[in-house]
Ligand binder design. Sequence first.
Ligand code: NCD
Ligand code: ZN
Length: 428
Amino acid sequence: MGLLLKGGRVLNLENGELEARDVLVEGRHITRIADSIEADAHEVVDLGGHVVLPGFIDMHVHLRQPGFEGKETIATGSQAAARGGYTQVACMPNTRPVLDTPELMKFVIETAEREGFCTVLPYGAITKSELGEELTDIKALREAGAVAISDDGVGVQSSSMMREAMRVAASLDVPVVIHSEDEDLAKDGCMNEGVVSKRLGLPGIPGLAESAMIARDILLAQETGAHLHVCHISDAWSVELVRWAKSMGLNVTAEVTPHHLLLTEAIIDATDGADANMKVNPPLRTEADRQACLRGLLDGTIDMIATDHAPHMEEEKKRPFRTAPFGFVGLEFAFPVLYTELVEKNNLLPLHELVQKFATNPAQVFKLNGGRLAEGALADLTVVDLNTERTINPDEFYSKGRNTPFAGQQVKGWTVLTVNQGRITYQA
Ligand SMILES: NC(=O)N[C@@H](CC(=O)O)C(=O)O
Ligand SMILES: [Zn+2]
């Protein structure tokens, strides 16, 4: 018995047309897409004209397991992902212990298969315990299923260590995914360095702490031939550097978060730094930085959207701005908030181009099986309602995290159905 999705409109990812089609899923694959498919002998879901998209892929999430299960688990985080229309997420290794061994790759993959609601692709750490002192066994991590390597949460400070990591990664065709942060420049800042941090008397993190590291790593990627992927880009010069690297033909890619595309430090200014739910790393920056990120996304300098879903406990986020942990949740509303702001309200790009940044591009860049809607493709898909406006309400989250500055916003584009490898993982 197959799963028959009747009466949906399938998005043509090339030309943006919405085509009235039925979609038949058998086993883990899409077996037919046609004007009308006979319903007998299949489980039928009526899509009522809603829009069928390839399942979203998020290359930057924190699932917190093992070690910080109070913040999130593989089960709750992947369920949040499914609710947000995601079918694949790549989880960062800044857990406890850090994901730096083949056994831990196996632990994440098997826990997700047993308890999860989407495909979970673990990152292996670049250095043991993310201490920046000793390289992990990158080959063994890859063989155990690491999607790429990253020390996300911290930057690799030592240039020679990063150079060696890129040499090994290049020889194994493993992407190097960087949290670019020069700790010496970032010191113990808690927000963007500038007029607002000065007014509030809070220690700042300059944009340079990010861009200087990106410059270093682009040069190392040039020398070693590694594929360099830049995480959560937030600064105008960083975007410029990635644009330059691409123009030189280097294998450099980048992601941006919904918050760096839509928010600035002005929200911290307006609330006098009283709410640590506005604290994230890299920090919300200036309007000029935000515009640069937006331009980078629109002209293809930035390849994809990633949420950097980073759940923390409510008590932790109630601490003063200076001492609360960095991070926002994002999986459950990333698509609606960007669809509403970029496509619906401001007409900055068409729907199918936004979807490319949510699905097609991450699949292509990281060579994943996904991001396609076609007969024979993996049945990873999401169905969204582009008409109904609803409020982003943290009380409804499947994630254990409630920490988001987007709470209360009214947005459209909510997922009504998610299918991961033929299995319904979310239904509104
Ligand atoms: N982004 C954040 O503010 N926090 C992330 C770490 C990270 O992605 O750098 C976290 O693990 O909480
Ligand atoms: Zn990071």
